[in-house]
Ligand binder design. Structure first.
Ligand SMILES: [Cu+2]
Length: 217
């Protein structure tokens, strides 16, 4: 039943359940809320890395801190906040045949983690338009990312509802130590190899207990 409701309806339900005004719920809640995601390898994609991400949300302002390690070195790793899916990471069942290999493309995972809501670039635009702004994503096997960005209502609502998912892209499918055409071209941009856009790490942003909360639920 939850799956069937639109994100707009979901935002309304969230507003009611949290006891905040239903009008402009995201903007009217002035408090800061913290969320955390444990980033784990996407199955079938031959990923060995890991990471953590924390998000602090205040209105439409989001501070993202992310630590990633163990990814393919020397290449950019696109990363996004994905929204409007089931708020989960794909299982191996999401894999398809990519150029004769079983793997999970970004599109294959979208039933679970949804579409791109914000692009975690290092500078400039952070909208979905920058989803594959290759020169503006962190490069390397291990890195730390920290940036405060402004998100739209939909992304803010998804974060509050525990349905936003951090996805880091770029895999070393064939263990060659570089991006190759082993999986063919990317379905998102045929000028890029599939391995450059395929998801590597994934984690759902879950609410952390608010400061001063005496009890855990
Ligand atoms: Cu993404």
């Amino acid at each position: 039943m939850r799956k069937a409701i639109s994100s707009l309806a979901a935002a309304g339900v969230l507003g009611l359940s949290m006891g905040v005004p239903t009008t402009a719920a995201a903007a009217s809640d002035s408090g800061s809320h913290s969320f955390r995601a444990s980033l784990t390898p996407i199955p079938t994609n031959n990923v060995t890395g890991s990471g953590t991400a924390t998000v602090s949300l205040s209105g439409h302002e989001v501070t993202v801190r992310m630590t990633v390690k163990g990814l393919l070195a020397g290449v950019p790793h696109a990363a996004h906040i994905h929204v409007d899916g089931m708020g989960t990471c794909p299982t191996a069942a999401a894999a398809t045949n990519l150029n004769g290999h079983i793997a999970i493309s970004t599109t294959d995972g979208m039933k679970s983690y949804g579409m791109i809501g914000s692009s975690l670039t290092t500078s400039g635009d952070t909208s979905p338009a920058s989803a594959l702004a290759v020169p503006r994503f962190p490069v390397g096997s291990s890195y730390q990312y920290s940036r405060t960005i402004t998100v739209n209502n939909d992304v803010a609502s998804n974060i509050r509802a525990g349905k936003a998912v951090i996805v880091v892209h770029g895999i070393d499918y064939d263990g060659s130590g570089k991006f190759t055409n082993v999986l063919g071209p990317s379905e998102l941009d045929p000028k890029l190899p599939q391995v450059a856009t395929a998801p590597a790490l994934c984690g759902t942003l879950k609410a952390m207990p608010s400061k001063g909360a005496a009890t855990r639920r």
